[in-house]
Design a protein around this ligand. Structure first.
Ligand code: PSU
Ligand code: MN
Length: 325
């Protein structure tokens, strides 16, 4: 499969052959062939991250934001087992409304394909498909990470190991405070993932809802061009087998007060523990509980953060395409 993929990236004829596994929308394939900027988008945020019907609104609007900023959007998901790079609007609506969609990280890919399941791809799953399609920039909302009490539960998101092994730059607003941000940062260092936050030297990693998680960012960048240069050095020049986490702090006017959101998160965590929720169900449970407890405020912030990251992702992809030309 890997050899076939390698061969596929060389000529158009064999790309077609690989397409029998990966379905790449024509517009996206054309953009990739002609070195136009493309930005990958995940679909777990549609299927498990946001409530219906805001998830449909988000999925469509985020594609418009990518286009307005000069790049081609590539929403990634499994449709009846087929790994798809680019969805049409009826597929987005189907995934957003369906109840029994699988949540697909690396370990869930083969099963989803063999059983012809619909699947929303997490950051981990999306990175894998983006890399196979030749997409280097991926924008999303919040990152999976090391859960609190991971020292006893071992609950560490597959997003982090993927960031250690797959050549894609993930643009996000940092880990939500449902996670242990300090441990997440340590884990990413062990994995060899480059982590930087947009802002002057010394700007901390954002905490998704909060501008500042209190955890020092290993690196900073001040322009989209600088971010693109780093990604270009690592992927194109050095061909390192690892990822890049580019954190964009949420805009001040949409960020939530840390104490307010942390109290709500603590309540959601308590309930998850009482109900014995664990594994792949934990993050979706916490997100929907937080949405309920904030009466939708967290969802509004979530949407604005996703669009803000999409703008950044598109701009980074545009700058990277300039360097690659
Ligand atoms: N964090 C969010 N919103 C999300 C997710 C995480 O704030 O929608 C989703 C992403 O798809 C991420 C996944 O990759 O949850 C991580 O799930 P887990 O914690 O089970 O690895
Ligand atoms: Mn987990």
């Amino acid at each position: 499969m890997f050899l076939r993929y390698k061969a596929a990236s060389k000529s158009l004829g064999s790309i077609k052959r690989f397409n029998s596994t990966l379905r790449i929308a024509e517009e996206i394939q054309h953009a990739l062939n002609t070195h136009q900027p493309v930005v990958a988008l995940e679909s777990t945020i549609i299927t498990h991250g946001l409530p219906f019907p805001q998830n449909i609104q988000m999925a469509k609007q985020v594609e418009s934001v990518i286009r307005e900023n000069g790049a081609v959007p590539a929403t990634i998901a499994f449709v009846e087992g087929k790994p798809c790079i680019g969805l049409n609007s009826s597929e987005i609506e189907m995934l957003a409304a369906a109840k029994n969609v699988n949540k697909v990280s690396r370990r869930d890919i083969a099963y989803s394909m063999a059983r012809k399941l619909n699947g929303g791809t997490t950051i981990s799953g999306t990175m894998i498909l983006a890399e196979k399609a030749g997409i280097k920039v991926f924008s999303t909302g919040g990152l999976g990470g090391v859960h609190k009490k991971a020292e006893t539960t071992f609950d560490i998101s597959a997003d982090l190991t993927e960031l250690g092994r797959t050549k894609v730059a993930v643009v996000c607003a940092g880990p939500k405070s449902i996670l242990d941000v300090a441990k997440t940062t340590e884990y990413l260092e062990t994995q060899g993932c480059f982590v930087a936050t947009m802002g002057p030297y010394g700007t901390n990693i954002p905490g998704f809802f909060a501008v500042d998680s209190g955890v020092k960012s290993p690196y900073n960048f001040e322009t989209f061009g600088q971010a693109a240069e780093i990604v270009n050095s690592g992927i194109n020049d050095m061909n390192l087998d690892s990822g890049y986490l580019l954190c964009i702090p949420p805009p001040m006017d949409v960020a939530l007060d840390s104490d307010y959101i942390n109290n709500i998160i603590a309540e959601a965590e308590k309930e998850a523990e009482q109900l014995g929720i664990f594994g792949k169900n934990l993050t979706p449970f916490l997100l929907s509980k937080v949405a309920k407890l904030t009466k939708g405020t967290s969802v509004d912030t979530n949407l604005q953060v996703v669009f803000n990251n999409a703008r950044a992702g598109a701009n980074i992809a545009v700058e990277l395409a300039k360097i690659e030309k």
